[in-house]
Design a protein around this ligand. Sequence first.
Ligand SMILES: [Zn+2]
Ligand SMILES: [Zn+2]
Ligand SMILES: [Zn+2]
Length: 346
Amino acid sequence: MTDEAEIGKILHLLRPLPDDERRLGLLKRIAADGGKLPPRWAPGEAQGYVYWPGVARDLRELFASDLAYLADRDYLRRNHSDRLNRCPACRSASLNIREICPSCGSTNLFAQPMLHHYRCGYVGAIGSFASEGEARVCPKCDGALRHLGTDHEVVGEQFGCRRCFASFEEPGVEALCMGCGVKTAADKLAFDDVFEFEITNLGHAALRSGRLFDRDDEQMTEPDLPLYRRQVGLALLRDEVRRQARYRIPFSALMIRTRRPGEAAEAERAVVLQVRDRLRDVDHLGRYGDDTVIAMLPATPEAGARVALDRMLGQIAQRPSATVVTFADIDQVDAALESAARQVQA
Ligand SMILES: [Zn+2]
Ligand SMILES: [Zn+2]
Ligand SMILES: [Zn+2]
């Protein structure tokens, strides 16, 4: 029996369990496989990929919603893995993507080299030069082309269509859906982002505790830390950025690295508590990455955030690496945070 079939059998045992136990079971499975769950390409499946090939189809849908549940609540992180093109008509991922004639749409194309005759400057497809023994004859000046690189050069390719005899330098690119037969220009295709799942700090904490932290009083914050969960914190941050845009109330944030590679959770806890102590009541502190948090400072312009940052860092013994983040508009929130996280992790 293959590993996949074995894993499928184990996962099928989760079917009759209550939701929370089944979801915890999936987390355990991912932990046992190294903490990551990559997508596997599955050309025979409508979805185009599956997470556990050994799991029966009817159960996959349930597990897919469990994975989304766990990721939306920060037990799992979605890492971008690939982008999957789909037919906009039927959503199939089985596409034959090929070059076509821009005039008639035929795929019956040929390519030929383009030659440049140095002496007269003529550029044309190789077919436009007559052959004369070893040499080619230039159609413009009747001169002979004998040595590549000395009297002429190849300057790219020209395409020709065997159906309508058009010639062109750039063929079109089109996808033919193998499911429904619809043809779509390559730049008009639908697509899905495909993710790998990875267990977060919160996911590991749930595994250690043997339960998900989903009670009403637990859903907003991380267990034992005065820190909003990632999705909760990011939602608050987006609200502040929108408020800034609408009412011109300045907003800044601090990206703070809470631990260095290899440092234990306790070390992070000490830094988080000190940061929280030095924030105002109106400020929010939220998780960003496994080793980063965001302090959100409402009604604070960039200069004020710098003052807060300097004062805070001067008072924390561990001297965590941190930077001020500002947001030009809501569409740039993700990019601004990613860049700040890279900066404090450098
Ligand atoms: Zn054509
Ligand atoms: Zn010539
Ligand atoms: Zn289709």
